[in-house]
Design a protein around this ligand. Structure first.
Ligand SMILES: [Fe+2]
Length: 142
C-alpha cells in the first residue's frame, strides 16, 4: 500500500474516464517514488522496481489506447492528435531504453527511471492531456 499521495486536482483534464485512469497511474507512481528512499538493499529495490514498472507499463498501454480511441472517435481532425500519439510513442521508447540499461545490470537506473516517469506523467498531463480534455469537452465528452 502506498503512503505517498501524489495526486492533485490540478491534474484533472475534465473527462471522467481519463481522470480516473490518471488517478490510478498516480497511485502507481506513489509506490514507485517510495523506492527512491534507501530502504533495503539495491537488489531488493531493483526487484520491486521491476515489478512496479511492469505493472505501470501495462496500465500505460491500456491508458494510451483509451486516449487514442477517444481522439479518433471525437477529435480526429485536431492537428495535435499526431503530436499526442508521438508523445505516447516516445514514452514507450524511453522506457525501452531504461529496460536496456536494467538488463545490462546498471543499477543506477533506479533513481533516473523514477524521476523520468514521474516527471513525464506530470508534464504530459499538464501540457498535452489538458488540451485533449478541452477538445473532448468541446465535442461534448466529459
Ligand atoms: Fe496522453
Amino acid at each position: 500500500m502506498t503512503t505517498l499521495d501524489l495526486w492533485k486536482d490540478d491534474y484533472l483534464v475534465g473527462v471522467d474516464k481519463i481522470d480516473q485512469q490518471h488517478k490510478i497511474l498516480f497511485a502507481m507512481l506513489g509506490d514507485l517514488l517510495e523506492l527512491r528512499e534507501d530502504v533495503g538493499s539495491i537488489n531488493e529495490r531493483v526487484a520491486k522496481l521491476a515489478s512496479l514498472v511492469e505493472h505501470l507499463n501495462n496500465y500505460a498501454v491500456y491508458h494510451f489506447r483509451t486516449e487514442e480511441f477517444l481522439i479518433h472517435r471525437y477529435v480526429a481532425s485536431d492537428i495535435s492528435v499526431v503530436a499526442h500519439k508521438e508523445a505516447h510513442g516516445s514514452y514507450a521508447n524511453s522506457m525501452q531504453g531504461f529496460e536496456g540499461r536494467f538488463q545490462a545490470g546498471d543499477v543506477s537506473v533506479v533513481n533516473d527511471l523514477i524521476d523520468f516517469i514521474y516527471g513525464w506523467w506530470v508534464s504530459h498531463i499538464m501540457e498535452t492531456d489538458k488540451g485533449l480534455g478541452k477538445a473532448l469537452n468541446q465535442a461534448g465528452v466529459h
